[in-house]
Design a protein around this ligand. Structure first.
Ligand code: FAD
Length: 400
């Protein structure tokens, strides 16, 4: 299977693929448009190594998250990188959430989440999270936190050590099929590869169009903003406190996470980003916003979920509204404990023409070009397993 492979995108998925391929003897070149690796989703996320509680049993998310968690843990052990099993508590704040909690428990068991515990005793709940309010919970002690940007850099060192090339500041502007090979152009270079893998995250649909792939699904960018708990109050949260999720949108709701460096962040929310890589309300692009509005799926999505959208936008702009939501889980929280907004990430979530969310990881094959069309959370957790999956299921077919 060895050959020359071009990988577009230096996030954790592109670099995990580059590492797996160089280890198999492939000659790999990564082209990344930014001056450093992991500048987008990989460097702007919650840092959680998910244990697989929410995902539809049998889906790629469920299977690759389970395998990926173990691989990330082993990689961190091997490289001496921080990996902390702080544990996650999914909390039902009142009786109305008990049936949804039971569904999470059922999925978790089917997905083989290790050491899962159902908690109906408030005293036990308080042993795990002394400041939490709730009537029941599911506890996943193996859910961990890491620093995905550092992990990506460590994987990149392996790529370089095995003879792979990583070219920063190389934005791919064209891909052309040429006699069974692929010509890839950037403003400063031109290369011909035997095959190409696109791992372009927020730009994955744009790059997919270069090779004539279907414009659907499209990335509609949604920003997730975080608040930071002030350092004197981080003892309010021991590990992770998560809400019972809406299975259609598990990323919604207030989450508290103790990070790998002991900071506690609250978030992310989900508000429309006015630019694909727009990390605040002030960063916007007429082109990106216009393209989102022109997408046929944007309107059914807005019509169906406008209430949720108004709620999320209000919470983003009006701190007391967000604080009220957060205090349901930690009643001792005061407004001044939410110190400042501590950054944001933009989700590369793919949506179909009818406004439907593409739930699972998705890959397209166009001749010798493999395109990752949908790799949202838990793709950082799953990155090493995604790399193995793509090699086994797609690259074998394009072997040279
Ligand atoms: C707010 C938020 C919280 C999240 N929390 C978690 C979590 O706790 N746990 C988890 O497992 N996952 C989480 N995720 C998801 C996770 O971060 C992503 O699934 C993962 O980082 C995807 O990696 P990637 O390499 O596909 O994309 P990215 O990291 O976005 O990398 C894509 C790269 O492609 C480059 N690129 C784009 N276009 C071009 C081009 N034309 N030429 C060259 N380069 C190009 C970009 O510059 C970028 O570096 C979260 C995501 C967000 C946004």
């Amino acid at each position: 299977m060895a050959g020359t492979t071009g990988i577009i995108g230096g996030g954790i998925v592109g670099i995990a693929l580059a590492r797996a391929l160089t280890q198999r003897g492939d000659q790999v070149t990564v082209l990344e448009k930014e001056a450093r690796l992991a500048q987008h989703q990989t460097g702007h996320n919650s840092g959680v190594v998910h244990a697989g509680l929410y995902y539809k049993p049998g889906s790629l998310k469920a299977t690759l998250c389970a395998a990926g968690r173990v691989s990330i843990r082993e990689f961190c052990e091997e490289k001496g990188l921080p990996y902390r099993e702080v544990g996650k508590l999914v909390v039902a704040v009142d009786e109305t959430e008990l049936s949804a909690l039971a569904e999470i428990e059922r999925r978790s068991i089917e997905n083989g989440v290790p050491d899962l515990d159902r908690i109906d005793d408030v005293a036990r709940l308080r042993e795990i999270e002394p400041h939490v309010a709730g009537v029941a919970a599911v506890h996943s002690p193996r859910t961990a936190v890491v620093d995905y940007a550092t992990i990506t850099e460590a994987m990149a060192q392996d790529v370089r050590a095995a003879g792979g090339a990583i070219r920063l500041g190389h934005e791919v502007t064209g891909i052309r099929h040429e006699n069974g090979r692929v010509r890839v152009t950037t403003p400063v270079s031109e290369d011909v590869f035997e095959r190409v893998i696109v791992c372009a995250g927020l730009q994955s649909d744009v790059v997919a169009r270069f090779v004539g792939a279907d414009p659907s699904p499209k990335i509609l960018p949604f920003r997730g903003e975080y608040w930071e708990l002030k350092s004197s109050r981080t003892d309010l949260v021991s590990g992770m406190i998560y809400p019972v999720p809406d299975p259609r949108f598990p990323f919604l709701g207030v989450h508290f996470t103790r990070g790998v460096y002991d900071n506690v962040h609250v978030g992310p929310n989900a508000v429309p980003a006015l630019r694909r890589e727009g990390y605040s309300w002030l960063q916007w692009s007429v082109k990106d916003t216009w393209e989102s509005l022109r997408w046929p799926g944007a309107w059914p999505l807005a019509k169906q979920h406008w209430r949720m959208g108004v709620d999320e936008i209000s919470g983003s702009l009006i701190k007391p509204l967000y604080f009220q939501k957060a205090r349901r889980f930690v009643p001792e929280l005061t407004m001044t404990d939410l110190e400042h907004k501590s950054g944001a990430g933009v989700r590369a979530q793919a949506w179909g023409r009818a406004g439907e969310l593409l739930d699972d990881f998705a890959v397209d094959q166009v001749g010798p070009v493999t395109v990752l069309r949908n790799a949202p959370s838990p793709a950082a957790t799953s990155s090493i397993a995604i790399a193995e999956y793509v090699i086994e299921h797609y690259l074998a077919r394009t072997s040279v």
